[in-house]
Design a protein around this ligand. Structure first.
Ligand SMILES: *Cc1c(COP(=O)(O)O)cnc(C)c1O
Length: 470
């Protein structure tokens, strides 16, 4: 299996090269030359597998430059009941209205990002050791990504993490989660500024090519193909859990921001998993909803990206979206390159009516939107009817799934976080605190390790230098 770029300008590379790469040299995103096709016999054989076994069967198709025994070992160490809270790893529950919830947030940081990031940590450690290399991750976070990355990389040989976050802008819970890590290879940097300032500093560090090469600077953002591949696994798991046999079809509803989660659903569908529809749920930041309804893709700048009560979806430029458009355009990299030149120039693009029909009919996509009052109402209703407290992002998904569901359609909503992370919105909806999973009591009282810096790339670079020369 070799990987090409969505912009057509990269010679095919093996899996292990693409995962350390970030963007492709031509500015595109890595995708396999073709999707492996899963036969009915394979589906039948996979139905009874454990999560780690299923992950091995699927990921080995994409990561074929890693010896099978090594890959199996990495996956067995990753998808463990003691890390993800149950032998099922991703259990499915059915609400009384018939919609199912696939639980993906029982990992160390209580968001679905752990499902992929825990594997990425073990994979990075393995690949770096094999190559005799080291990696220093410099990233920016407004919450979930940073904590998932830190919990995945903590204590890993050959890896340091420098995570920038806006000083005082995260929830107490998120701050405590990250800053209470005492591992020597984890460095929290609170920047006096906004999330955008943090991201600008990361870009400045990445663009200092001499610094980047000297200190082996890398990223862990959601365009990493290894993360997408790990997410493909739970679509299979969710399909098996929601059906009695492999003749049935399932639709998935996915709370979306950077389009990484639902992109994995698209890959699973292209591999032949019997997925009916892929429902993209957005919040007030509805660039993707507009696209799937009208064929117009018009990403917005920061000034038109709203701060909402489902903050992990406050994104107006979905970085993984280019992967789907590449498939939609029959993998014509030149055309993708031309469209993204329009996107980068601020103009966006518009599909033809025939192309827009293909998005729904051939690729199964549809979409919906949920705003603050609707997500609060969804949280209240599911609490009252089922005694289940949803987080705000998952509530957006449930709201959209109810709206789009056709009679008899078997819909699985992907849970993207637990409500404990977003206590203020839960108090607004239910007038009480969200349930807190065992092991997180007293989190805010633990000692915290963080360095506060002004929004100045030079000072961040100096901190990285000092930490790595110790
Ligand atoms: C990251 C995140 C999302 C968005 O997922 P994408 O892969 O970026 O589409 C939704 N909800 C939560 C809680 C998240 O952390």
């Amino acid at each position: 299996m070799r990987y090409i770029s969505t912009r057509g300008g990269m010679p095919p590379l093996p899996f292990s090269d693409t995962i350390l790469m970030g963007l492709a040299p031509d500015g595109g995103l890595a995708l396999p030359e073709s999707y492996p096709q899963i036969s009915r016999a394979q589906l039948d054989a996979w139905r009874g597998l454990s999560y780690a076994e299923l992950a091995f069967e699927i990921i080995r198709l994409f990561a074929d430059d890693i010896p099978a025994a090594d890959l199996k070992d990495i996956l067995d160490r990753t998808y463990r009941p003691d890390v993800f809270g149950s032998a099922e790893i991703a259990p499915l529950k059915r609400l009384s209205d018939g919609i199912a919830i696939l639980e993906l947030s029982n990992g160390p940081t209580l968001a679905f990002k752990d499902m992929a990031m825990q594997w990425l940590g073990n994979l990075f450690e393995y690949v770096l050791a094999r190559r005799g290399e080291t990696l220093n991750i410099v990233g920016a976070t407004s919450g979930d990504t940073g904590s998932a990355a830190e919990y995945a990389m903590r204590g890993k040989a050959g890896i340091h993490v420098f995570m920038l976050s806006p000083n005082g802008k995260m929830s107490d819970f998120q701050r405590a989660q990250m800053f209470s890590l005492q591992d020597e290879n984890i460095h929290n940097i609170a920047i006096d500024g906004m999330f955008d300032d943090c991201q600008d500093i990361v870009k400045a560090v990445q663009n200092d090519h001499a610094f980047k090469a000297r200190y082996k600077i890398g990223t862990v953002n959601s365009i990493n193909w290894a993360r997408v591949v790990a997410q493909v696994v739970y679509y299979f798991k969710g399909y098996f859990a929601a059906t009695a046999g492999n003749d049935e079809r399932v639709s998935f509803c996915v709370p979306s921001g950077n389009f990484g989660n639902v992109c994995a659903g698209h890959v699973a569908r292209q591999m032949g998993l019997p997925i009916d529809r892929l429902m993209v749920a957005t919040n007030e930041n509805d660039v993707l909803d507009e696209f799937f309804k009208t064929g117009r893709y018009a990403p917005r700048g920061g000034e038109r990206t709203y701060v909402t009560s489902s903050p992990s979806m406050d994104i107006s430029k979905a970085s993984n979206f280019e992967r789907f458009v590449f498939d939609l355009l029959d993998r014509d990299g030149e055309q993708v390159k031309a469209l993204w030149a329009q996107v980068d120039g601020g103009a966006g693009f518009q599909l033809t009516p025939a192309q827009l029909r293909t998005v729904g009919e051939r690729y199964g996509f549809c979409s919906g939107k949920s705003v603050h009052a609707e997500r609060i109402a969804a949280i209240r209703r599911v609490d009252a009817e089922d005694g289940v407290v949803l987080d705000t992002h998952t509530a957006d998904g449930v709201k959209v799934a109810r709206e789009l569901r056709r009679p008899g359609e078997n819909v699985v909503c992907l849970e993207t976080a637990l409500p404990a992370k977003f206590a203020a919105a839960i108090r607004e909806a239910l007038d009480r605190d969200p349930p807190r999973p065992a092991g997180f009591e007293g989190l805010e009282a633990l000692p915290q390790k963080v360095t506060v810096l002004p929004a100045d790339a030079a000072q961040v670079k100096a901190l990285v230098e000092r930490a790595l020369s110790r």
